[in-house]
Design a protein around this ligand. Sequence first.
Ligand SMILES: [Zn+2]
Length: 433
Amino acid sequence: MENRRYLFITCILLVILTLGLAQTAFAGTIKTATVTTAVLNVRTGPSTSYNRIGTVTEYTVLPVLAEQNGWVQVSLADGRSAWVSGDYVEITSKNPSQKARVTTNVLNVRTGPDTSYERIGTVTLGTVLPVQQQLGGWLLVKLPDGRSGWISGTYAEVITEAEDKEQTAAKGHKIVVDVSALNVRTGPSTDHAVIAVIPQGTVAEILTEQDDWVQVRLNSGKEGWVAGWYVSVIPAESGSGEGGSIDPNAPLLGKVIVVDPGHGGSSPGAIGPTGLQEKHVVMDVSSRLAAKLSDAGATVILTRKGDWAVSLEGRVNIANNAHADLFVSVHANAHLNRSIGGTETFYYRGKKTSTASYQAAALIQNELVKALGLRNIGVKHGNFHVIRETNMPGVLVELAFLSHPAEEAMMKTAEFRESSAQAIFAGILNYFK
Ligand SMILES: [Zn+2]
């Protein structure tokens, strides 16, 4: 009798120990619930008899806390925990260190896992983003601005944290700060003390990465951790170790070029008669341009990589802190008189680099007029913040007039956007030759 009791206790202990080990083994994975119905009720307990405290919409992804009798306890965006019916969610286990690397020049980011969903931005070749969820060949990724969006898995490869770290370290990449101010901490979470605050555009060397955090070395020599979703990764020295097919005499090799898609987020810029917004046109053209420049060996920094707002000061800081060789701001024009159309390029007259700015503007304008065939308004002095305050040669391109119905229609086409990007690229190439 006594022996049996000990045997029983031993068995229980073994089960507890085994469960404990299993728990440890799975500590690296996270369970999430993706809502699969248009609107789903959120309740205080695991049955319909509990109070409804809110709703969540289709494709919302929520961390799973527990599962009970076909109900799932989830953590809501506001931090509260609540229950949803397991019939209307898809539970996925994922490795938190999974990332997606974009394998095409420009990839759309959408609100849902299908091309019928609204496009909320674009990401460019080589961008690495944390994967939050996978569904039917689509990946839900975390964007640099903290938002989430879906990209097609056909144009991205899923890699592990270790692979990304290895490749990033091997290339000697750096980060550039995407937000107006970023805390530098003693460790890789917000629990660690802040040791410095660095402004937008600051460039720092990457030492290592852990989860979504990046350990960096600042120019001052100080080392610390920053949140990876507030920074973009840029190659330390373009052409070294990557892009083996690029001719060592290529004119853009080693050049740092900042491409500035105008407007973004709450600032749409000009809006055409049928509603086409400048911010979307210039983002697409800028992304295409960035890919071409990067393929030709340049280090390219986009002042925004998606549809979000960046201040004029922020855009200038990015270019000045990166010590760019050229700054190119891309815009579309508008006029109260809808019959006015054409292409014009601006430079700023009163700065040290005005002569070089004029040369770049003239070469780009020449290619744009050839490619687009619109009225040549010419190269002009423009007192615009981004080309006035940047230290390097800078131009501001106005591709065409969104207020002109025929030009708005042209700007909707992929052909126009590709021709514009190709023409600006050709002008930049001529400038550096
Ligand atoms: Zn504009």
